[in-house]
Design a protein around this ligand. Structure first.
Ligand code: TRP
Length: 333
């Protein structure tokens, strides 16, 4: 049986290098090998921000960025969640068989309930149900997501199995995580901590459309340390991060040059960062150009979104006809 891949993308702003080596690269591979559905999860964004500042702008931006980076409307189905209102109907049906107790136990819900105590809304509670609807609307069997989504995926399996059991059918598949295993690359941020992330601050992230000066400045200001205490000393975390970033964009000779310098205790981080900034610029420049030109090309983006919406609706339409039939909604006419 062929795999149907489904994944949602939160419209949380500009893509950074970590997103590129994570979701983007993986999606590019998946679209070559599977029937893949990728969508911007704009309904989901209302669960935390019911009155978003610029919903259209942020959704447009992420959509255009993924398009620019190579998601191909002819190879995959790239669309907006809100272009598929069938999802909302399936969400409603699934909600009838989703229980308050199990939803309240979801870690992400508990965290959000704590961080936004004045807005513990029903959409937040049923976030995993909407996510299950996103997947099941295409009868998705594979879901490429990060570790943070494992519990949500587990809930999707619960809702899928429960539907099948309650309505005496084997209609929905049991969606499984798509694990990339060893292929996952490490992309640390610039602040000397863990992986690149917006929550670590703007200075932690190299955005794919950062202007050359901005990119240079961020890298030159990246956290390092006061230098190896003696020849052969182990690397501190911030310095290891710089080497990890270098491994992504510099050639082998450059990397071993600085490795040797670190080993001998003579390294000057200013020189290393200068080299990293130059190599990073070479890597980012074509991506930046593509992103900027795609964002400006409203016609191309509109055409892609329309094509994606049509393909997605064809799939969703079929599922919903069958789901209504299974539950017992039949026309009198
Ligand atoms: N919850 C996912 C995230 O925060 C986004 C998402 C929404 C999703 N619907 C989905 C991912 C369906 C996979 C499948 O990243």
């Amino acid at each position: 049986m062929s795999e149907i891949v489904v994944s949602g993308i939160r419209p949380t702003g500009k893509l950074h290098l970590g997103n590129y080596f994570g979701a983007v690269i993986n999606f590019l591979k998946l679209q070559e090998a599977h029937d893949s559905f990728f969508f911007i999860a704009d309904y989901h964004s209302l669960t935390t921000h019911p009155t978003p500042e610029d919903l259209h702008g942020s959704v447009y931006r992420v959509f255009a960025e993924y398009l620019a980076l190579g998601l191909d409307p002819d190879k995959c189905t790239l669309y907006l969640q809100s272009d598929l209102p069938e999802t909302a109907e399936l969400y409603m049906f699934l909600n009838m068989n989703a229980y308050k107790g199990e939803l309240e136990r979801v870690t992400s819900f508990k965290e959000k309930a704590r961080s936004q105590p004045d807005n513990v809304n029903a959409g937040l509670l049923t976030y995993p149900v909407l996510m299950a609807a996103d997947i099941l609307i295409h009868k998705g069997s594979r879901v490429p997501v990060g570790k943070d989504q494992e519990q949500h995926l587990e809930m999707a399996r619960t809702f899928s199995n429960r539907f099948n059991r309650l309505y005496h059918t084997e209609y929905f598949p049991e969606p499984q995580a798509f694990t990339f295993g060893k292929n996952l690359v490490k992309v640390p941020g610039l602040s000397g901590q863990g992986k690149m992330s917006k929550s670590a601050g703007e200075a932690d992230c190299i955005y794919l459309d950062d202007a050359p000066e901005v990119l240079n400045k961020k890298i030159m200001r990246a956290v390092s340390d006061s230098g190896p205490s003696e020849p052969g000393a182990a690397k501190s975390q911030p310095v290891q991060n710089l080497f990890d970033l270098m491994a992504l964009v510099s050639n082998d000779d450059t990397i071993s040059f600085f490795e040797t310098q670190h080993q001998s205790g003579t390294i000057r981080y200013g020189d290393m960062k200068k080299q990293l900034a130059a190599d990073m610029e070479l890597f980012v420049a074509p991506l930046r150009d593509k992103i900027r030109s795609t964002i400006e090309n409203r016609e191309q983006v509109a055409k892609a979104a329309k094509h994606g919406a049509e393909k997605a609706r064809e799939s969703a339409d079929k599922t919903m006809k069958e789901v209504r039939e299974i539950i017992g909604f039949r026309k009198f006419y």
